[in-house]
Design a protein around this ligand. Structure first.
Ligand SMILES: *[C@@H]1O[C@H](CO)[C@@H](O)[C@H](O)[C@H]1NC(C)=O
Ligand SMILES: *[C@@H]1O[C@H](CO)[C@@H](O)[C@H](O)[C@H]1NC(C)=O
Ligand SMILES: *[C@@H]1O[C@H](CO)[C@@H](O)[C@H](O)[C@H]1NC(C)=O
Ligand SMILES: *[C@@H]1O[C@H](CO)[C@@H](O)[C@H](O)[C@H]1NC(C)=O
Ligand SMILES: *[C@@H]1O[C@H](CO)[C@@H](O)[C@H](O)[C@H]1NC(C)=O
Ligand SMILES: *[C@@H]1O[C@H](CO)[C@@H](O)[C@H](O)[C@H]1NC(C)=O
Ligand SMILES: *[C@@H]1O[C@H](CO)[C@@H](O)[C@H](O)[C@H]1NC(C)=O
Ligand SMILES: *[C@@H]1O[C@H](CO)[C@@H](O)[C@H](O)[C@H]1NC(C)=O
Ligand SMILES: *[C@@H]1O[C@H](CO)[C@@H](O)[C@H](O)[C@H]1NC(C)=O
Ligand SMILES: *[C@@H]1O[C@H](CO)[C@@H](O)[C@H](O)[C@H]1NC(C)=O
Ligand SMILES: *[C@@H]1O[C@H](CO)[C@@H](O)[C@H](O)[C@H]1NC(C)=O
Ligand SMILES: *[C@@H]1O[C@H](CO)[C@@H](O)[C@H](O)[C@H]1NC(C)=O
Ligand SMILES: [Cu+2]
Length: 578
């Protein structure tokens, strides 16, 4: 147990300090460059909470290895599948300009990489910098297949905030005693809610608040009077997390690899699929205490969920003195109530784009096409001869505009490119709900969803607005909605039903936050805008894996523009086949 801890902890710490030492990362002479990685997907025995299990990993690591690059670099990752499962990897937040075939969601942009096969993902980081991550995008494999993807600014380009002394990635995840593939399979068969995780983790470690997990604790050793950049990533499957460090306030400077106007907060909220960069200013003098940094969920849903708390420890070191001693008091942060929607709303309202001359906010001021999508849960019929464990003996389902998206058996991008959409997808995804109702009021008496593989087709460079409206059909719940291929501006949000007369005049079109994943407020709505300047097939879905499995997803097809670099390139030769 101890050995595992030391080895994995050292792995992350080496990764951190090597940011400054890594040749090519530091040296402008080697920039821009192509960064080659090999991801061997293989089984590995890993132990936590006194359970050892054989899990799917990249290169035997849990969490997976970090990827480092500088803005403008090319990233080439050869993924080799040595496991019995089908695999695909998504580079979350990478825009995939002219590399649409490298986006990764299975049956959307590619067929899975089957056992024994490999595929080379090849994409640029042009115009992007910040904290992102990579994760599997098929079934629930991302439970263990995930890792940081960190893009530093171009050489000699400073951050728009004080230069940190050190940078530390912290990736939130989960530990499951059980096999997550078995968990989702069982849930989809029974129609009920899936089992929940046994612990949350920080860089793979549950921390001291769980049984049998004392040694599996992330320890950050810091010096007094320094500024650290924490690169926080939520890779958990099904939970938004509150995060706080006892007796320290944090300054938020970036969200989803886009700079924001700095603001202070003692407690952060970070949804799955979101990243947040924060500055941690350490105390001026060696304090007489150690500080827990803890995370636990924000949840308003009706189902069961993992309500445990993961924690790491912030320890100070100075001139050979340290407070990393069990006898030193451990100070615990206060986290909001699990259902504290007011805190969540207040916090997310604080994000603003930097919107300066170097990083302008290019918000679409007018809209060519506007869409209104409901997001939420519903049910689907129980197959005859089966008893189902979902609501009233039905199966749980989830939908956008009452369509529960069914994954096709061939990839949509390939079918679209070769003009063979027949039997794969249809282009009639509704622009607004077919039957309007009071979305956040008393649920309608029919909660059954429809299903299909329906997409929206839009011309190149359309200025798009989407209102994402939560429904309270099976209880109001926040949904972290993620869009592939684009960043979007969050121009408005509120509670209750979106009001097309009263709400748009209150939009922020000056400095709204730009991101790739937004929490649709529990019992509320958000309005997002983006220019569809990236031709291809782009997935949009809830980043709660369970809702994704239940069908809370759809796809956009953005048509080619006129110029050569506005067209979908042909597929690479090694693109996996179905
Ligand atoms: C994991 O542990 C089991 C039981 O000890 C062993 O049979 C298996 O070979 C191990 N797998 C790997 C990949 O090390
Ligand atoms: C990656 O893509 C770039 C740009 O399209 C191309 O020049 C390069 O040859 C590709 N590399 C590999 C290993 O596929
Ligand atoms: C799931 O884990 C529990 C212990 O947490 C164990 O008792 C049970 O057998 C496991 N089930 C499966 C299907 O692995
Ligand atoms: C789900 O949890 C139940 C109760 O703990 C357990 O019996 C079952 O084996 C679990 N299922 C899976 C697939 O792990
Ligand atoms: C967590 O959930 C369990 C089971 O639903 C419950 O018994 C327990 O009180 C909850 N704990 C907290 C801290 O909310
Ligand atoms: C949050 O949960 C507590 C305890 O379960 C409950 O008393 C309270 O009404 C809930 N608050 C909201 C806003 O739902
Ligand atoms: C349903 O169950 C009945 C009786 O057990 C059986 O005769 C029938 O074949 C089953 N139908 C299906 C579709 O499985
Ligand atoms: C389940 O059935 C009960 C009684 O018929 C009804 O009151 C309730 O609304 C139903 N719930 C759902 C989710 O359909
Ligand atoms: C929707 O339902 C809510 C909660 O019951 C209610 O307050 C609101 O007035 C209703 N809105 C409309 C437009 O009927
Ligand atoms: C279902 O709701 C509709 C409209 O709200 C109402 O007209 C209808 O009578 C309801 N049906 C049942 C069976 O309650
Ligand atoms: C999709 O809907 C049809 C009926 O329209 C139903 O037969 C089928 O089982 C549904 N598929 C899923 C995956 O729910
Ligand atoms: C893997 O994907 C292929 C192609 O879609 C499919 O035919 C096969 O059934 C899948 N295998 C597994 C083990 O899921
Ligand atoms: Cu959701």
């Amino acid at each position: 147990m101890g050995a595992i801890f030391c080895e994995s902890a050292a792995f992350f710490l080496v990764a951190i300090t090597s940011l400054v030492l890594f040749p090519g990362i530091a040296n402008a002479h080697y920039w821009p460059t192509t960064r080659h990685y090999t991801f061997d997907v293989r089984m590995q025995n890993v132990s936590r909470l006194c359970h050892t299990k054989s899990m799917v990993t990249v290169n035997g690591k849990f969490p997976g290895p970090p990827i480092f690059a500088r803005e403008g670099d090319q990233i080439v990752v050869k993924v080799v599948n040595h496991v019995q499962y089908n695999v695909s990897i998504h580079w979350h937040g990478i825009r995939q300009l002219q590399s649409q075939w490298s986006d990764g969601p299975a049956y959307i942009t590619q067929c899975p990489i089957q056992s024994g096969q490999s595929y080379v993902y090849n994409f640029t980081t042009l115009g992007q910098r910040g904290t992102l991550f990579w994760h599997a995008h098929i079934s629930w494999l991302r439970a263990t297949l995930y890792g940081p993807l960190i893009i530093l600014p171009k050489p000699a380009v400073p951050y728009p905030f004080p230069k940190p002394y050190r940078e530390i990635p912290i990736i939130f995840g989960e530990w499951w005693n059980n096999d997550t593939e078995a968990v989702i399979k069982q849930a989809l068969q029974s129609g009920g809610g899936p089992n929940v995780s046994d612990a949350y983790t920080l860089n793979g470690f549950p921390g001291p608040l769980y049984n049998c997990s004392q040694k599996e604790t992330l320890k950050l050793k810091v010096k007094p009077g320094k500024t650290y950049l924490l690169r926080l990533i939520n890779a958990a499957l099904n939970d938004e997390l509150f995060f706080s460090i006892a007796n320290h306030s944090l300054t938020i400077v970036e969200a989803d690899a886009l700079y924001v106007k700095p603001f202070k907060a003692n407690i952060l909220l970070i949804g799955p699929g979101q990243t947040t960069n924060v500055l941690l200013k350490t105390k001026r003098h060696l304090p007489n205490g150690r500080f827990l940094m803890a995370a636990r969920p924000y949840n308003t849903g009706q189902g069961t969920f993992d309500n445990t708390t993961t924690a790491g420890v912030l320890e100070y070191e100075y001139e050979g003195k340290s407070n990393a001693n069990a006898s030193v008091a451990l100070i615990t942060p206060t986290l909001p109530a699990i259902n504290d929607t007011a805190y969540a709303a207040n916090f997310s309202a604080k994000f603003r784009s930097l919107a300066n001359s170097q990083f302008p906010a290019q918000v679409p001021r007018s809209v060519d096409k506007s869409f209104f999508f409901t997001v939420g849960l519903g049910s689907s019929p129980c197959p005859k001869n089966q008893t189902c464990q979902g609501p009233n003996g039905t199966k749980f389902s989830a939908s956008m505009n009452n369509i529960s998206f069914a994954l096709p058996t061939r990839a949509i991008l390939e079918s679209y490119f070769s003009r063979k959409s027949n039997g794969v997808f249809t282009t009639d995804f509704p622009r607004t709900p077919l039957i309007p109702f009071n979305y956040t009021g008393t649920p309608p008496n029919n909660t059954m969803v429809m299903n299909g593989t329906k997409v929206v087709v839009i011309p190149f460079n359309t200025s798009v607005e989407v209102i994402l409206q939560d429904t309270s059909i099976l209880g109001a719940e926040s949904h972290p909605l993620h869009l592939h291929g684009f960043n979007f501006y969050v121009v408005g949000q509120g509670f209750g039903n979106f009001d097309p007369k009263k709400d748009p005049p209150k939009y922020n079109l000056v400095d709204p936050v730009e991101r790739n994943t937004v929490g649709v407020p529990s019992g509320g709505w958000v309005a997002i805008r983006f220019f569809a300047d990236n031709p291809g097939v782009w997935f949009m879905h809830c980043h709660f894996e369970v809702h994704l499995s239940w069908g809370l997803k759809m796809a956009w097809i953005v048509l080619d523009g006129k110029l050569p670099n506005q067209k979908l390139p042909p597929p690479p030769a090694d693109l996996p086949k179905c």
